[in-house]
Design a protein around this ligand. Sequence first.
Ligand code: ZN
Ligand code: ZN
Length: 267
Amino acid sequence: MSIFLCGACGTSFEEAEDAPQRCPICADERQYVPPSGQVWTTTEKLARTHRNAWRQLEPDLMEIQTVPAFAINQRALLLRTPAGNILWDCIALLDDATKAIVQALGGLSAIAISHPHYYTTMQDWAAAFDAPIYLHAADKEWICRPSDHVRLWDEDALVLSSSVTLVHGGGHFAGGTVLHWTGEDGKGVLLAGDIVQVTPGTDHVSFMWSYPNMLPLSAAEVADVAERLALWPFERIYGAFSHQNVRKDGQAIVARSAKRYIDRLSQ
Ligand SMILES: [Zn+2]
Ligand SMILES: [Zn+2]
């Protein structure tokens, strides 16, 4: 019996003798099945061929990235707060070294995930550190493997501690979530996942329904995401991928980018 992982998106499935027939996340219009067909691996195989690399983004915030790249190739972020460590977004590889490092840093008090593309092996991370997984209820149909650790929420915002709040942004997924952290300097930090996608120049963000299939959101949906985020002050933005680090003017960048996007659609 093995935990099978989709090779294209990293989603994990319930323990079984054989690989699943299909991956609902990849079969969705927002993702894709590779032209060579669906491929599968297992958690054991992945741990033999890959490892996790760590980088500090700023005091109390670390990036965890699997090398070589696997599936969508997003990073997870480990946020250290006085109320405990929070894993933001998830990656499929949880090897023994990662378990030992996270344990040495104090374990996890919570896991929070922006949207279903990054659910991956959240069930294993939650079990290893006995931590709740906060997921927005609007996306519950995309949970491909049940876990007693899942806590569904459906408010506009969910306060996790005095410095950390989950904010419902919507857009890319109905339950699309960002994490707002007051930051060590009090200026505000946004952990954005794909809900706002930091552009290559890191001076703008964009908002898409499907990134790989290049399918846009409507002007009304983008305006709604921007309005929801405008309530939260933030200077820095950390996106889903390792180069997506906005160091200043984050809130103005999101507002300006939403206006640019909406203007473009009306031309
Ligand atoms: Zn998949
Ligand atoms: Zn996504």
